[in-house]
Design a protein around this ligand. Structure first.
Ligand SMILES: [Fe+2]
Ligand SMILES: [Fe+2]
Length: 272
């Protein structure tokens, strides 16, 4: 079982640049090409929110075309830049979107793994929330399959980063989620987006981790008053491999043209 996590695509209408700088559509196109060229084809792709920049129908239509080359199932989740109704309307052929009302929360059977997508969006707000109704759904799903290794997927990270402006649009109720996670040791990982960086934290007895954006990254400045700014560091996504002995093995893949690969030898001397 191998799956890709892409996040924070921020797709705009054709021809529009995010913040007048980032061609997010071209970034996603390169990311999709990279996924298709991986030596091992992932079984599925999850997109953990901020799929579009403004949640507009024309942006979702654009997103649909950009994701179309992916032959494996693609599971979409909303972020604070998304609009649930516009997302549902643009992807009527995605049954898990059709089957939900209100929050977009669903379970994916990806044997031997089970993936649970949580909706952390608060319409009109940058930060997220997980109040009782959403957590009750999670508790019920977790109780259904206590022997199956389970990955929680969500947009907002349930932990502080130290980057002031990101932490001000974090997840309310993170401590309540942590209490739920702690009660369910079959949770293998909590995977999120929103941070436009790779960050890992111990959380409820497991690991919570975010992945990079295939477009722009957030500046690594751990000041409370850090400027709210992005940087064009290497774009990327996460590649998660299930291993029966080790559990979930998470890699960060960088999208771009890099020198190499070169063999680990210089003529007759093996160096590895
Ligand atoms: Fe984002
Ligand atoms: Fe976000």
């Amino acid at each position: 079982m191998l799956f890709c996590q892409i996040s924070d695509l921020h797709v705009k209408a054709p021809g529009a640049l995010a913040y007048r700088v980032v061609d997010t559509a071209a970034s996603l196109r390169r990311c999709v090409a990279h996924i298709l060229a991986l030596p091992q084809r992932p079984d599925l792709v999850v997109a953990t929110g901020d799929l579009t920049d403004f949640g507009r129908p024309d942006e979702y239509l654009h997103l649909r075309g950009l994701l179309a080359p992916l032959p494996m199932p693609v599971y979409l989740m909303p972020g604070n830049h998304d609009d649930r109704d516009a997302l549902r309307a643009a992807f009527p052929d995605h049954p898990y979107l059709r089957e939900t009302r209100g929050f977009i929360q669903y379970a994916i059977d990806a044997a031997p793994l089970r993936l649970l997508a949580l909706d952390t969006v608060v319409p009109g707000a940058g930060g997220g929330a997980l109040e009782s109704a959403r957590l009750a759904w999670l508790e019920a799903r977790l109780a259904e399959a206590p022997a199956q290794p389970t990955v929680i997927l969500m947009h907002h990270a349930p932990f502080p980063t130290g980057i002031g402006h990101l932490d001000r649009i974090g997840l309310a109720d993170a401590h309540r989620l942590e209490a739920v996670v702690r009660r369910h040791p079959h949770i293998e990982r909590v995977l999120c987006g929103h941070l436009h960086r790779v960050v890992q934290v111990r959380f409820g007895g497991t690991i919570a981790a975010s992945c990079p954006s295939p477009a722009h990254q957030v500046v690594l400045d751990l000041a409370p008053d850090a400027a709210n700014a992005f940087v064009l560091e290497p774009p990327g996504f996460a590649l998660h491999l299930w291993d029966d002995a080790a559990g979930l093995v998470s890699h960060t893949a960088f999208v771009g043209r890099f020198d190499g690969p070169y063999p680990f030898h210089d003529g007759d001397t093996l160096l590895d």
